[in-house]
Write a protein that binds this ligand. Structure first.
Ligand code: XBP
Ligand code: MG
Length: 256
């Protein structure tokens, strides 16, 4: 029986990477007079590194026009990341980053059904606060009993630490929870903690192979295009669908 939904943020709740963090990083570069820009393709490559500051450090290490000293690169990355997060909050407030369709409905349904819900993310508390207070109102924290963010862990996803901390805070065994994720790193993190995963594919991870998940599909707004298949009726993915997939957990498959 499932008692809790564990929500990833970036890519799962909203397309924050392409339309939010990437755009905000570019604004941060411009604000410091740097000509660097990350187009969608480059950002897609860099997304293999989880964590915005860590992503910046990877990019700086590969640039011939970045500071040569590691300490200077660290300092620059910290300032760029700070500016990026301010720009990200502004973008969220400009409502340029909607929740993915079907997300709000499932959150509300789970709340009405008395399921616990948690946020399990690599991004910072401030970024989660910006996104969710904007979309769900000031009381958004009441919907999510537990919030595990980037600053709460020693090791970000794909490490399992974030999911383990969430389970501990919820006092739940892994099989009593279900994770909603979009990226291979997020899936690995949840699975490392033993939590079954449903994947809603996001723009950047539309074609990645995912293994041993409960289900994978294009988004919570539709019953079409899911593996294992849903009935194909009009409508969204519901708690009942999650319960059904969970009950068939022995059907471990590979989806490419
Ligand atoms: C996604 C991430 C984050 C964001 C940027 O995390 O890797 O680093 O890209 O956020 P998830 P920060 O999918 O687990 O939510 O700049 O705050 O790291
Ligand atoms: Mg994600």
């Amino acid at each position: 029986m499932i008692e809790a939904l564990l929500w990833d943020v970036d890519g799962t709740l909203a397309e924050t990477e392409r339309d939010g963090h990437r755009v905000a990083f570019n604004e941060a570069f411009a604000s410091m007079g740097l000509a660097w820009r990350w187009d969608e393709a480059r950002y897609g490559e860099l997304l293999r590194v989880t964590g915005g500051r860590e992503r910046l450090m990877r990019d700086l290490a590969e640039r011939s026009d970045a500071p040569a000293l590691a300490a200077e690169r660290e300092q620059l990355a910290a300032e760029l990341h700070r500016r990026k997060n301010l720009a990200y909050a502004r973008l969220v407030d400009d409502t340029r980053i909607p929740l993915r369709p079907g997300v709000r409905e499932l959150i509300d349904e789970a709340h009405r059904a008395g399921w616990a819900q948690a946020i399990v993310t690599t991004t910072s508390t401030a970024n989660v606060e910006a996104l969710l207070s904007h979309h769900l109102g000031a009381g958004w924290e009441h919907l999510f009993a537990v919030r595990i963010c980037g600053e709460d862990v020693h090791h970000k996803k794909p490490d399992r630490e974030a999911y383990e901390l969430a389970l501990k805070a919820l006092q739940l065994a892994p099989l009593r929870a279900l994770a909603l994720e979009d990226s291979p790193g997020g899936v690995a993190s949840a699975q490392g903690a033993g939590v079954p995963v449903v994947v809603t594919r996001s723009a950047y991870f539309a074609a990645d192979t995912v293994e041993s998940v409960l289900a994978v599909g294009p988004g919570l707004h539709t019953r079409l295009g899911w593996f294992p298949a849903l009935d194909g009726q009009p409508g969204r993915v519901t708690l009942n669908d999650l319960v059904d997939w969970h009950a068939r957990m022995d059907l471990v498959s590979q989806f490419g």
